[in-house]
Ligand binder design. Structure first.
Ligand code: GFB
Length: 325
């Protein structure tokens, strides 16, 4: 078994690094800037390009693909770069799935996101609802591009019998996240803002941490390093045509998350709620019942408290050498 992990230098791909160290023959860790296989590091491949994607498959001949590569970002990046998010994600998915077919890959697991569900879906989000309405306006272009990975997988299954499955995580966070202040997701943005506010000794006018919205939106969060085990579990145990929700389904308000990070980083300064910033959907709870029915145990997920603790410690050890700084 030779597993190609696309997007291996990102947040979720990071979870495969230790696995690849233990079993270097088994994993091909591919990112745009670099690729690692059998301990060797080489220049990576741009998956928005059909020819480069083809070269990746030709050079490494994977038998299985865990497809994580995507252009991603938080709510503001999705709004600002709607065109780029659509184009890059459509290209990446089209190229990776088509090459997987052409190179007779036995199984592909592709990553979607709970934000691809319709804005007016019935809660909790169940897999059958994924195409039944327009996504939330803040990330419609990303959502439609991701939905097409599901369509392409289904179409290839129908015509060629390809075992291409799709999985739906919710909001992810963890070590090696992207910590840009404007374009990242909420947890990395807040860890960085709170850490920098705590360590900034200069007295500033209006000092304090700026958190977007009013704190009321609810989100489900899954610790990204859990995803490596989850994806390997899916690779072994799920061959269905329909997408499957795989995230930890406990909901937290943005205000709870903010307080948790403040307490982990021992920040006692002020918080400023900026309601002029986008807040997105008020909630998007998902059902992971199908995944639990497959045998996954809720206690296998890292709790938000532990995950944030690990992520804050990682951040403190690595700052300022972090992605997005
Ligand atoms: O993480 P986030 O951008 O993801 O924002 P979404 C979650 C919530 O946190 C929103 C609030 O209500 C934000 O207003 N928030 C508070 C902040 N402070 C901040 C901050 O400093 N930065 C950010 N980013 N948010 C994304 C989708 O939506 O979810 C993507 O746009 C993707 O497509 C991802 O699927 C999982 O859940 O709102």
């Amino acid at each position: 078994m030779k597993i190609l992990v696309t997007g291996a230098n990102g947040l979720v791909g990071y979870g495969f690094w230790d696995l690849a160290k233990k079993d270097p023959e088994k994993y091909i860790l591919a990112g745009r800037s670099k690729i690692k296989y059998c301990g060797e590091t080489r220049k990576g491949y741009d998956l928005t390009s059909p020819t480069e994607t083809e070269k990746l498959f030709f050079d490494y001949e994977p038998t299985h693909v865990i497809h994580l590569a995507a252009r991603v970002g938080g709510i503001q990046a999705n709004m600002k770069y709607a065109g780029e998010f659509f184009h890059e994600n459509i290209m990446i998915n089209t190229n990776v799935l088509e090459c997987s077919r052409a190179y007779s890959v036995k199984k592909v697991v592709s990553f979607l996101s709970t934000c691809v569900y319709p804005d007016n879906a019935v809660y909790p989000l169940t897999e059958d609802q994924i195409h039944k309405g327009f996504p939330h306006s803040s990330n419609f272009s990303y959502a439609f591009a991701k939905r097409m990975a599901d369509i392409q997988s289904r179409a290839y299954r129908k015509q060629y019998g390809s075992n291409f499955v799709t999985v739906v995580p919710n909001n992810l966070y963890g070590p090696n996240d992207y910590f840009d202040l404007e374009n990242s997701h909420v947890i990395p943005a807040l860890i960085r803002k709170i850490y920098e506010a705590k360590h900034n000794s200069e007295p500033q006018v209006g000092a304090g941490v700026c958190v977007w919205g009013d704190g009321s939106p609810l989100r489900e969060f899954t610790f990204a390093p859990d995803m490596a085990n989850i994806l390997l579990y899916i690779l072994e145990n799920y061959d269905g045509e329909d997408p499957i929700n795989i995230g930890n389904t406990n909901e937290y308000s943005i205000s709870d998350v903010t307080m948790l990070i403040c307490s982990m980083l021992e920040y006692e300064g002020s918080i400023f709620w900026d309601t002029s910033k986008p807040r997105g959907q008020i909630r998007k709870p998902s059902s992971n019942q199908k995944f639990l029915d497959l045998g996954w145990k809720p206690e296998n997920y890292t709790t938000l408290e532990n995950g944030i603790k690990i992520t804050c410690s990682w951040f403190e050890e690595n700052y300022p050498n972090i992605r997005g700084a």
